[in-house]
Design a protein around this ligand. Sequence first.
Ligand code: PHE
Length: 348
Amino acid sequence: MQSKLEQLKSEVLLALKSIKNKANLEELENKILGRKNGELTNIMKGLKDLTDDERKIVGQLANEAKLEIEAVLQTKKIQLSQADWQTNLEKERLDITQPALPKIEYGHFHPNTIVQNDLENLFNSMGFMVLDGSEIESDYYNFTALNIPESHPARDMQDTFYVKNHEVDSETPWVMRTQTSAMQVRALQKYGAPIRAIVPGKCFRNEATDVRHEHTFYQLEGFVVGENITFAHLKGVLETVAKHLYGEDTKVKLRPKYYPFVEPGINGEVTCFLCKGNGCRVCKNTGWLEIFGAGMIHPNVLKQGNIDPSKYQGFAFGLGLTRLVMLKYGIEDIRHLESGDLKFLKQF
Ligand code: PHE
């Protein structure tokens, strides 16, 4: 009996070595001390069959063995829960020396886009559709169709970048469009009359760049063609735009100016929003700001758009969108706008 108890103890010690978790430990505990069929429990139950003297000795030994076994099991239990605790701790470990995650910065619109969106909304409210047009344009739509034939001096004022062997049509020269007016004839050919449209977008010119000149800038073209469209309508639209931009008291001044694709042509000025016409730095002491070119669409241009000039008339205007942006935000140097400089751009 004594040797049986010794064997049981060493069995337990051996089994404990390979135990990795609480479930296994419980299994072992049950095997030895389980009330129903535990090996030690059975030995204890067998005590009653022994003689009094034997029971005394064996009983004591069995009790000691039971205490020892319970103690090693308990120690193992503690070890296991400590290990658990450590793995949990490891999982929750927080590296307080890790640098903070960068703050998420939200993007925002470029100032050009802010002004463009504002004007698109205004023109939408007057029934104009918004057209895009391509930035690489054929020499025909950019110049010839607009009454600017090849030898015309007006081409000189809008020198641009020519694109050789353009895949769409390598026969005609292609240019980076110098003006959004290039969409006039395209739109007339596509949609016919009556039509009301604006074309905001990028234009390009071969400029010696300085604070007022940049190779890339934005314009916003507008045109209306229909029956009985007159110069008065043009003036009305321009005044609406001017008042929307600079307030109800803003006045519009129209002066004759030559553009080959309009007749008559005008240059439009509005009262300076800063000095209200008294003269200041922004308007160079004139009291006026020049912000658009405009006029009644030339019959030759209507013809290029397959429109009968004896039935339809129309007007066109070109707003210097980049100029409006510079005036709105007091930007002194046009080159900031295309520079991609974040220090500049983050201000808007
Ligand atoms: N396209 C002209 C320019 O770039 C402006 C303009 C547009 C003038 C429409 C008349 C009519 O200077």
